[in-house]
Design a protein around this ligand. Structure first.
Ligand SMILES: [Zn+2]
Length: 77
């Protein structure tokens, strides 16, 4: 997890909470906005390992869906 205390764009430390995405599952659901430049971004950000873990799990799920689709297609023809 990477927690930003300063804006990565303008280096301002004046941030406010913007939103939390409670419907989406994943490692990065909270948003902040910096007053000076109005940049909205995910904070804390997922680090490289969290992203790799997240995408590996997502790819496994997608592969299962694709395999199931191929099985359906094979049965249909
Ligand atoms: Zn900024």
């Amino acid at each position: 997890m990477i927690l930003h205390w300063n804006c990565p764009l303008c280096n301002s430390a004046s941030l406010k909470s913007s939103a939390i995405d409670t419907k989406r599952k994943g490692p990065h659901i909270s948003r902040v906005q910096f007053d000076s430049c109005k940049l909205v971004f995910v904070n804390p950000m997922a680090d490289q390992q969290e992203l790799l873990d997240y995408f590996r799990i997502t790819m496994k799920k997608l592969n299962r869906v694709i395999q199931n689709l191929f099985q359906v297609i094979e049965v249909s023809f």
